[in-house]
Design a protein around this ligand. Structure first.
Ligand code: NIG
Ligand code: FE
Length: 388
């Protein structure tokens, strides 16, 4: 057994519901890690001895970010599409097919190498848990390859065969759904924990989404959903009805959707990078918090609608443009993400949790929003190991 102490922490964000405030702050704190878990949390003056000691120089320390929504596996990029959007062209779901073409062409080793690069990018920015969706293969072999590669780097793998209808099934969406819930699900379910569907005009209808999600649930997969990105639909109602862990985007919501979410266990995951990169109106997080909805913030890192891997950036935008307080944004990017993945071992610095911590080169978590674009992450521990 190895013990490691981080001491002289100026401000510790614990997210411990037993402590005061949403973030359960402790000043002049220390944390003891025992192998991969947290063994003690408290005031530095009362800290136990340890095999090694790290001086956090009065910096802020918080739980590692939990990015509960990414699409990290793809070939090519769509920088040109982004450039056109900044010049006024609207975002449309159809762009996904461009990435499907490059992903199908990419050799497996190239996909693995690119994924490793992005995983490193996340780690140095303080993300210690991330989900990965498939969805740029849309045939049985490529979707299987994507979920298998994702499972090499995370336990949080989501099968998103129902991302859009691929070109070879154009005009035959229901037949494509048959493929998704038949042979594709057979090939992908063994590698995945979750099933997801893009329920939106230009992607899948609510009825098609129901077929996909029910088939996944029957195979033991948990439910997540993309809904309310480009317009209102009954996708949110379906997500709650089916007991989804999370419904993601939620930019366009009716009052009824907000009430339904508030009275459910389904987390609402907001993705600020999407509105930033598509120039669409931001969701109103204030309305959701005030109604009592549990909110997660995630990057949605993907080559089309949001090619950022920075949770700090998402926090800054959520505070600047979505009506979140810095406290709510930091909670949503850590404990909120853990809730969206139905995990109790991450997102909090409490005894027994996995030792995933981020030290900022700053005295307070406020600096995450206050100093946008500045790389503030000093050190990152994942499962008690220093990873950056
Ligand atoms: O979450 N909305 C659907 N899927 C992705 C976008 C993927 C793309 O444009 O390539 C999203 O925003
Ligand atoms: Fe997405």
């Amino acid at each position: 057994m190895t013990t490691r102490l981080i001491t002289n922490i100026g401000q510790l964000v614990t997210n411990d519901p037993e402590r005061d405030g949403l973030l359960g702050l402790i000043s002049n704190a220390a944390v003891l890690m025992e192998d991969e878990h947290i063994a003690w949390v408290g005031k530095a003056t009362a800290a136990p001895d340890a095999d090694s000691v790290t001086d956090a120089a009065c910096h802020a320390v918080l739980p590692g970010f939990v990015d509960s929504h990414t699409h990290l596996l793809f070939g090519g990029d769509r920088a040109n599409e982004f450039e056109a959007r900044m010049a006024g062209k609207p975002y449309a779901a159809g762009g996904i097919r461009t990435t499907v073409a490059s992903t199908r062409e990419a050799p497996e080793d190239e996909l693995r190498l690119r994924l490793a690069g992005l995983v490193r990018e996340l780690a140095v920015q303080g993300t210690t848990t991330f989900e990965i969706k498939s969805g740029y293969g849309l045939d049985v072999d490529t979707e299987e390859r994507l979920v298998r590669l994702a499972a090499e780097v995370t336990d949080e793998v989501t099968f998103l065969g129902a991302h859009v209808v691929p070109p070879e099934f154009q005009g035959r969406a229901d037949e494509y759904v048959d493929l998704v819930i038949g042979p594709m699900l057979d090939a992908c379910a063994p590698h995945a924990r979750w099933i997801d569907v893009f329920c939106e005009t230009g992607a899948f209808s609510t009825e098609q989404a129901r077929r996909v999600l029910e088939a996944g649930a029957a195979r033991g997969l948990g439910i997540r959903m993309h809904a309310g990105q480009l317009g209102k639909s009954d996708g949110v109602q379906l997500a709650v009805e089916l007991g989804a862990a999370s419904v993601d985007h939620c930019t366009a919501l009716s009052d009824d959707d907000v009430r339904t979410l508030a009275s459910s266990d389904t987390v609402c995951t907001l993705l600020p990078g999407v509105e930033f990169s598509t120039k669409q109106p931001y969701p109103n997080a204030r309305r959701l918090f005030d109604a009592g909805v549990t909110i997660a913030l995630a990057s949605d890192c993907n080559p089309g609608s949001s090619f950022t891997s920075s949770m700090a950036f998402c926090i800054a935008v959520a505070v600047r443009d979505m009506g979140m307080t810095p406290t709510e944004a930091v909670w949503s990017a850590t404990a909120g993400g853990a809730a969206a993945l139905q995990r109790t071992d991450i997102g909090r610095i409490v005894v027994g949790a996995r030792a995933d911590l981020v030290e900022l080169r700053a005295p307070s978590y406020l600096h995450l929003a206050y100093r946008p674009g500045v790389p503030l992450v000093e050190r990152v521990w994942r499962g008690g190991e220093l990873v950056s």
